[in-house]
Each structure stands twice: as structure tokens, then as C-alpha cells.
Design a protein around this ligand. Structure first.
Ligand SMILES: Cc1cc2nc3c(=O)[nH]c(=O)nc-3n(C[C@H](O)[C@H](O)[C@H](O)COP(=O)(O)OP(=O)(O)OC[C@H]3O[C@@H](n4cnc5c(N)ncnc54)[C@H](O)[C@@H]3O)c2cc1C
Length: 390
């Protein structure tokens, strides 16, 4: 098995965008294994399985070790740039890197590019953003900060209070106002990561299309400048902010919204409202709809909202991970098949992990049996996943 990654570390938003927070992780299989292994390294902050902070650096090296143990051939700094089909079947992908242009043949491919690059290159129909004009969810640049004494900032951290309400952001916003800054994200917050390392989430970049490199570049430069401006302003407050430093900003701005490749099943908001059960469920999602303001104007009133959708736990079916228009192609992560609202719930990483586990098992069965992923019986996928977990 080969894995191509455009950046210099595995893990996507987890590592290259310094996400720092695991959501909807209370699931069997690799989700549990990952949390267990991170805990063994003292790289997890928080109890239970949901809403855990982790150290991005530990995540990077853990993922590399896991791939090495599993015999996955990883090639970093390599971007998938084109796809070639024979009829409906995807046969070859092209990559670009320092090694030049390379062609790779395989019996099955899995698009885990987040933005659905491979699905689009292979000619699949897709959706992006809220409608064809791509008002997409905003991008966000995080920053990892080193503070003098994290306990002195406890009252400003994102946390869940005794009544189940989230606390922290309001007090932090007051602190930002005291420093004379008004971040582009109206519900700016901080998360404790480890020791005196904290994560700052204060930036929103509106109206950016993830598939337009010039737009993403402009957003990245503007975002990094804003994050530095905010931290410089906090430093002037002294006290617990004295000497606060940016340990790192990510090389990749966090992208919430990219292409959603049409699959053999299309998930909709209706599935979330009714808590739809699926015979080929690869995961049960529990995270609510989370839509960040699409414009700076909207952010003034509602920095994020749930579109009025009351989500019940619902299933993500394997069919939403199998391309509809091209054979031999699967998807896992946020580029699977679903509408704008459904994506705003299933996209969190606990679900992406479960999708990756199921897509990997299905692709291996398809390759070994010279079959297309959609011809692999669900019972065989279930048995393969159970064996991996035993
Ligand atoms: C700002 C922000 C905050 C979020 N908050 C949370 C949170 O608190 N908790 C949570 O669980 N989830 C959160 N999410 C959602 C979650 O991070 C993403 O939905 C999830 O990471 C999607 O995983 P993915 O693997 O599909 O895509 P990504 O994590 O985007 O990974 C895609 C990978 O593919 C690589 N790639 C892209 N194109 C190519 C190509 N052409 N060739 C080769 N490689 C390529 C990228 O470099 C990247 O490594 C957040 C997302 C953002 C952006």
C-alpha cells in the first residue's frame, strides 16, 4: 500500500494545520487505539474519548511509526495532480514532486485529500460549499502559544462548565478587548494542549475557495499576520501574558470545506434529523451541525451555528465512501458524499478515522479479489474490520 502526502507530515489538519482537538472519538477500533497510544506518550489532555486535546508533534511521529509498522510506503512532499481512466475504471494517478512527474497504477485508490482532488481529477461529479458559487465555511489559522503559567489563564480557556454550557470564550473575548484587538472570528478561544502550551483559535478567512491556490495563499498571509498581531497585543497586557510566544503557526491554513465527491449514497440533513440507520454503517456520528459564519457580516451576529438542525446519532454508510461515477475509487474524510449541512457534522476527525479504517479494509478486499469496491459484500468488510480490531 502506498500513501502520498503533499506536505511534510502525515495527519492532515491534525498536524499540518495544528488542530489540537479530537471530536466524536467515542467509537470502537482505530479511534480507541489512537487515543490509547497518545495517552501512553502523555500526549493527551482531557478525560474520556470526546473533546480531547493532543500534542500535534506527538501525533506526527506516532502516525509515521504506525505506517512503518503496517508496511505502508509513504511518500511525502508529493501531490496527486491527475488521473487516468479506462472507461469507468480509474487505473493510474499522476503525482508531482522533486522526483518530477510519476505515474502509479493500482487496483483501487482512496481519495483522502480533504478537498476531493483525486475524485475531481478522475471526472466525478462533486459539490462544493453551500451552493455552486461556493460560499464555503471560513478557513482558520490556529497558533500554538507558549505561556508563562497556564494555570493563571485557566478562567480564559475553552471548557465545559458544570451545567454543560461551554465557558471560556466570553472571558477570553473580554481579555482580547482589553488588549485592543477584535479578531476576525467572533468566538475566539484557547484550548489547553500540554503544560504551558495552548492553542489559539481566533481567525476566520471568509469566502475562500479551497481549490484556488491564489485565494488560499492570500488568506494564509492575511491570517498569519492577524494571529501575530493578536499575540503581540496580548503580550502588552503583561501579567499572565508576559513573554507569551508563538511556538508555531501551521504551514497549511485549516480548510473546513472543500469538494464533496458524489458517491453511491448521498448523505443529507434529513439523515441527521431522523438519526438514520444504515445496513452498511462504518460509523455512528454524534457531532452536531457546526457551520461557521460564511461572511464577516454574519460573524458579527453569529460566529457559528447549527442551522437549526437537531441532530440525532446517525450512521455513515460505506456507500457514501464509494465513488458513483468512477469505479475503483473510494473516498474517506471530509470529501465523502453528502450535502453542505450533513458535511458540517460528519467532517470531524473521529468520523474521518472510522471512514479511513473502513475504506482501507474495503480497498484491500477489492484488490485481493480483483473486484470493484462496490462489489465487495458488506459482510466481508465487517469481518475484515473485526479481524483488524482483534
Ligand atoms: C479550523 C478547523 C477547526 C476544526 N476543528 C475540529 C476539531 O476541533 N475537532 C475535530 O475532530 N475536527 C475539527 N475540524 C474538522 C477536521 O479537522 C477535518 O474535517 C478533518 O481533518 C478532515 O480530514 P481529512 O483527512 O478528510 O482532510 P485533511 O485533514 O484536510 O487532510 C487531507 C490531507 O491530504 C493532503 N492533500 C491534499 N491534497 C492533496 C493532493 N492533491 N495530493 C496529495 N496530498 C494531498 C493534505 O496535505 C492533507 O494532509 C476542524 C477543521 C478546521 C479546518
Amino acid at each position: 500500500m502506498r500513501l502520498f502526502e503533499a506536505h511534510g507530515a502525515l495527519g492532515g489538519v491534525w498536524t499540518n494545520s495544528l488542530l489540537g482537538y479530537l471530536l466524536d472519538f467515542d467509537k470502537p477500533g482505530f479511534n480507541q487505539e489512537l487515543v490509547r497510544r497518545l495517552r501512553e506518550r502523555d500526549a493527551i489532555n482531557g478525560e474520556g474519548m470526546n473533546g480531547l486535546s493532543y500534542q500535534p508533534e506527538e501525533m506526527k511521529v506516532l502516525l509515521e511509526e504506525l505506517c512503518a509498522d503496517a508496511g505502508v510506503q509513504v511518500q511525502l512532499h508529493t501531490r496527486v495532480t491527475a488521473a487516468q481512466r479506462e472507461g469507468r475504471v480509474l487505473r493510474t494517478i499522476l503525482t508531482e514532486s522533486k522526483s518530477g512527474r510519476q505515474a502509479w497504477r493500482a487496483p483501487v485508490f482512496i481519495d483522502t485529500t480533504g478537498d476531493g482532488d483525486l475524485g475531481a481529477q478522475a471526472g466525478c461529479e462533486f459539490e462544493i460549499g453551500k451552493d455552486a458559487a461556493c460560499p464555503c465555511q471560513p478557513m482558520t489559522m490556529y497558533a500554538l502559544l507558549v505561556v508563562k503559567d497556564v494555570s493563571a489563564l485557566a478562567g480564559l480557556m475553552h471548557a465545559v462548565g458544570n451545567n454543560g454550557q461551554q465557558v471560556g470564550p466570553k472571558t477570553f473575548r473580554d481579555e482580547l478587548a482589553r488588549a485592543g484587538v477584535k479578531p476576525s472570528y467572533g468566538a475566539a478561544c484557547m484550548f489547553p494542549i500540554h503544560g504551558n502550551l495552548v492553542l489559539l483559535m481566533a481567525n476566520h478567512e471568509y469566502g475562500i475557495n479551497a481549490t484556488d491556490a491564489a485565494q488560499v495563499t492570500e488568506a494564509t498571509l492575511r491570517a498569519r499576520s492577524e494571529v501575530h498581531r493578536i499575540v503581540r497585543a496580548l503580550r502588552t497586557l503583561g501579567g499572565p501574558w508576559e513573554g507569551v510566544q508563538i511556538a508555531a503557526t501551521p504551514e497549511q491554513i485549516g480548510i473546513r470545506d472543500g469538494r464533496r465527491i458524489k458517491g453511491r449514497y448521498f448523505m443529507t440533513s434529513e439523515d441527521l434529523v431522523t438519526g438514520k440507520r444504515q445496513a452498511d454503517a462504518v460509523a455512528r456520528a454524534t457531532f452536531p451541525v457546526d457551520i461557521h459564519a460564511l461572511t464577516a457580516e454574519e460573524n458579527k451576529k453569529t460566529p457559528y451555528h447549527g442551522a437549526g438542525v437537531r441532530t440525532q446519532p446517525y450512521d455513515i454508510p460505506l456507500r457514501a465512501l464509494i465513488a458513483r461515477d468512477v469505479d475503483g475509487l473510494m473516498m474517506a474524510g471530509r470529501c465523502i458524499s453528502g450535502d453542505f449541512i450533513a458535511h458540517a457534522s460528519y467532517r470531524v476527525t473521529g468520523n474521518a478515522v472510522a471512514m479511513g479504517e473502513a475504506a482501507g479494509a474495503t480497498a484491500a478486499l477489492a484488490a485481493n479479489n480483483k473486484a470493484a469496491p462496490h462489489d465487495v459484500p458488506w459482510s466481508a468488510v465487517q469481518a475484515a474490520i473485526a479481524k483488524m480490531r482483534s
